[in-house]
Design a protein around this ligand. Structure first.
Ligand code: ADP
Ligand code: MG
Length: 202
């Protein structure tokens, strides 16, 4: 698994979709999710280099996100990537099983920090089913597992629309948060789209 290509692709997808993410966040937040994550991932992509070991790539991206991304999502994505990188350790090659452990560690990090459960209308609603689907398909190889994770993330993000937010800024809206997709769940889909594309082309 080329984690450098994954992160660069994620940065590209966030950049291309920044306006849509910001529009989603305007409906139930403060309208900065796209610009926040775009700024953070641009900085992360610049801080990375292809010759870093795979785990170090994710740790560096995570550290940059924590320092450069505003809002709640910066520390959450930053923690996710740092934990994933830490799980990979110093390995020079990352296979399907190792990446599964890294994704599980990322989810645990997000939940430790943000205290959100599935159904609270956050990024966890896309991330948790994606990690579970990845693990279930890991025996079929990295590309198949990444594809399954992407499908599950898309379904999870879509399923946030009818939910009422119980965490983060959107929770201040109470019942008025119903009827809109959670922006962090939408950007998590991009993380898995980038992963699926990278895994498919390697
Ligand atoms: P802010 O809400 O501070 O403006 P962003 O707009 O960048 O930050 O990110 C908002 C997203 O962060 C939400 O859509 C949600 O997915 C995610 N989020 C917020 N709080 C939490 C939390 N406690 N746990 C998990 N995700 C959260
Ligand atoms: Mg916001």
């Amino acid at each position: 698994m080329d984690t450098y290509a994954w992160m660069v692709r994620f940065a590209e997808l966030v950049s291309a979709d920044a306006e849509r993410l910001t529009r989603l966040d305007s409906a139930i937040g403060d309208g900065d999710h796209g610009s926040n994550l775009d700024r953070g991932m641009r900085a992360a992509a610049e801080a990375l280099s292809a010759d870093l070991p795979p785990g170090k790539v994710l740790m560096t991206a995570g550290r940059t996100l924590v320092s450069k991304t505003g809002g709640a999502s910066g520390p959450l994505y930053g923690t996710a990537l740092r934990r994933a990188g830490k799980a990979l350790g110093d390995a020079s090659e990352v296979g399907a099983v190792e990446l599964g452990a890294a994704l599980r560690a990322a989810l645990e990090g997000v939940q430790e920090l943000g205290k959100a459960e599935e159904g609270d209308k956050t990024m966890v609603d896309a991330l948790a089913p994606a990690v579970t689907a990845y693990e279930a398909a890991a025996g079929e190889g990295l590309a198949a597992a990444a594809r399954a994770a992407l499908d599950a993330a898309e379904k999870g993000a879509e399923a946030t629309v009818p939910l009422q937010a119980r965490k983060g800024r959107a929770s201040y809206l109470g019942p008025r948060s119903v009827g809109h997709q959670d922006p962090g769940a939408a950007s998590t889909v991009l993380l898995f789209r980038a992963l699926a594309e990278t895994a498919a082309s390697s």
